[in-house]
Design a protein around this ligand. Sequence first.
Ligand SMILES: Cc1cc2nc3c(=O)[nH]c(=O)nc-3n(C[C@H](O)[C@H](O)[C@H](O)COP(=O)(O)OP(=O)(O)OC[C@H]3O[C@@H](n4cnc5c(N)ncnc54)[C@H](O)[C@@H]3O)c2cc1C
Length: 378
Amino acid sequence: MRVVVIGSGIVGSSAAYECAKAGANVVVLEAGRIAGGTSAVSFAWTNATTKRPRPYFDLNVAGMRAHLELKRDFGAAPWFTQTGSFDWRTAPEAMDDYFENYRQMKEWGYGVEWIDKKLVAEMEPDIDVSAVGDGPISYYPEEGWVDPVLYSAWLLRAAKERWGTQVNVSSRVTEIETEGGRAKAVRTANGERYAADAVVNCTGGWSSQKLGDAQGIPLSSTIGVLAFTPPVALTLRSQLHADDLDIRPDGAGRIMIHKVSVDLTLKKPETLSLTGDEAATLLEAASKVLPSLHSAGVEAIRTTVRPFPGDGYTCAGPMPDIPGHYMAVTHSGVTIGPQLGRVVADEVVRGKIHEEMETFRPQRFFQANAQRSGVAHA
Ligand SMILES: Cc1cc2nc3c(=O)[nH]c(=O)nc-3n(C[C@H](O)[C@H](O)[C@H](O)COP(=O)(O)OP(=O)(O)OC[C@H]3O[C@@H](n4cnc5c(N)ncnc54)[C@H](O)[C@@H]3O)c2cc1C
């Protein structure tokens, strides 16, 4: 079976790896460089906390498990770090939700414990625990993070070496060609044509684009901003989540900083100044928690699109307009990606339907005129 995967971010590389493993002849077509889209600018925290309702929580947990299984498959996973997260709130108005989330996560069997400041100070001496406030601190030992570009590089390398997958960069797909109403090939801006029995659309924040007659899906994407410090002499290993602030190590002593209120100031991805308001806000907020960052400055600040399908939830399954066109797009794609790859391979290559994905089908966006179509396996 010939499968063309469009896009090589964490979702596309997962889909390509799993489809190739399932026995398909896979070609990946990427408009830019490997994982150079949203996956290159992601906080990339693997987690399921606060993810509701239950099917979405379960999908995220399945993603976390799939990361561990991939690590076992590869023997080592140079892209994956699992050192746990601390989470706390200082804003009184946030406390009810915070406690309710803890209760819900416990009830659903998710790994979380209350932990006191003394232990936090022992585990992570770089933290100024006075910034934590007086509320309880939750600790999530099973959470971690991924370097998504490395993830894609390793999975695509393995797919090439083990199963002969072809990966073409600078290959923007412009059209999904049909024959008898079914996807039969894709065409690229370079004038190339790739025959396909199934086309898996993993274009993330670009998945609203029409590719010839093939529809996209409605998106409600937002913008994400990340700041990176230069290497700083810290021994921080865990992730820190405090109100709307997220902090984690990013290798070689660099610290990655994210804050939702800064994301909300932007309407589109922009080139931001290292000395601008956004960088200053992010550094100042992080410095309150990690005082050694005060004089560090910001070495890089990046923005990109957060790919949210129209209702905010994962969209995975056959597109109702063109049989053979399968969509796989989601926020939290770093957490969910490896599981989504397995779902794609099962449904597209093995013909094995995942009933638990029923609420995530693209059809929900096309209810008015959608006809029920079969899953895109040949
Ligand atoms: C600031 C920020 C923080 C985040 N934090 C987290 C987090 O903590 N945890 C988490 O799980 N998720 C997080 N996310 C979300 C996560 O990063 C995304 O869900 C994920 O990276 C999406 O991966 P993708 O492969 O679908 O998309 P992308 O990585 O964008 O890949 C899509 C690819 O498709 C290519 N493409 C587009 N159109 C075409 C075409 N016509 N032809 C060929 N190629 C094409 C693009 O060039 C791109 O490389 C965060 C996102 C942001 C922005």
